[in-house]
Write a protein of this length. Structure first.
Length: 302
């Protein structure tokens, strides 16, 4: 480790480490950058210390660090540090595995480095195509091929296919050799396309009836504000005319008719005879008073 206040300092907002972070650099600079990137903050990265570990002399390492600075991975400077009641300027060597331009380093120096712009995300279909060569090296595709074939794979996913099903469809029974990977993948994606999924039937709406929370009387939602019916809320409800029943004056007559209809047959006949006896009958012809000549003949003379 370097003396306090010296050594490596990692810049903020770096992307995650990958195997291709320094692929744009010459081999020597890439090797030095990869080694420095893995050192912890505070490690001594002076040319004298690096020359003891790396297979390069101090002059070569000094040139490599200068090239890393021009490439945007490294900056040297001083920082004003206040501590233990005193202030001092200390030397800093800032390192970033993500290459930065001069504007970014200027903002970093002011303490307001712009936030890292996220990399464009790739679709599920593009990722599967890009990784196809890991499963079948003969089907390794370029970025242009992946972009051109992406809509076909997306159509498979839209029809319910999984990654496993796609890989089987693309890699099973490959010819030897594969002359054109992109053309073969396009052909299989087209000819083996699964059918479109049939939409499930729309379920019918469930029948629901609301009830009063107090008395349990069923009713429409608009008649149960707050979950209670009108009577339970203390409201007077009017009874429809069709539901008011028989007037009080006709109840007795109506009940007599009902009882008569329910009585046994002999009793009904007796009741009929009694009713007939109580009703005055019309006079017979012989009982009618005589009039005219016939009456004079039948009338006795004194």
């Amino acid at each position: 480790m370097a003396n306090p206040g010296y050594g490596k300092r990692s810049a903020s907002g770096q992307r995650p480490r990958t195997a291709h972070d320094f692929a744009h650099l010459p081999p020597r600079e890439a090797a030095v950058a990869a080694y420095v990137d893995r050192l912890p903050d505070g490690a001594d990265i002076s040319v004298k210390t690096l020359a003891k570990i790396l297979p390069y002399g101090q002059c070569a390492l000094r040139t490599a660090l200068n090239n890393l600075q021009r490439a945007g991975h490294l900056r040297r400077g001083s920082e004003h540090v206040i501590g233990s009641g005193s202030a001092r300027w200390v030397t800093r060597t800032f390192f970033s595995r993500t290459r930065r331009d001069d504007d970014w380093w200027a903002a970093f120096t002011r303490g307001d480095a712009p936030p890292e712009q996220p990399r464009p995300t790739r679709s599920r279909a593009f990722v599967l195509l890009a990784a196809l060569g890991r499963t079948a090296p003969a089907l390794s595709l370029s970025s242009t091929d992946c972009a051109a074939l992406e809509p076909y794979v997306t159509a498979w996913f839209d029809r319910g296919a999984t990654e496993v099903q796609l890989l089987h469809a693309l890699t099973d029974g490959l010819p030897v050799p594969v002359h054109h990977a992109a053309a073969l993948v396009r052909s299989r994606l087209t000819t083996k396309m699964p059918p479109e999924r049939v939409a499930p039937p729309t379920p019918s709406a469930a029948l629901r009836v609301l009830e009063c929370a107090k008395c349990g009387t069923p009713g429409r939602a608009e008649t149960l504000p707050g979950g209670e019916c009108g009577p339970c809320r203390g409201e007077l409800t009017s009874v429809p005319a069709s539901s008011r029943g028989i007037p009080a004056d006709g109840v007795r007559d109506r009940m007599a008719e009902v009882r008569a209809a329910m009585a046994p047959a002999p009793r009904r006949r007796a009741q009929s005879r009694d009713a007939a006896a109580a009703t005055p009958s019309a006079p017979t012809r012989s009982e009618l008073p005589a009039t005219g000549p016939a009456a004079a003949l039948r009338t006795p003379h004194p």
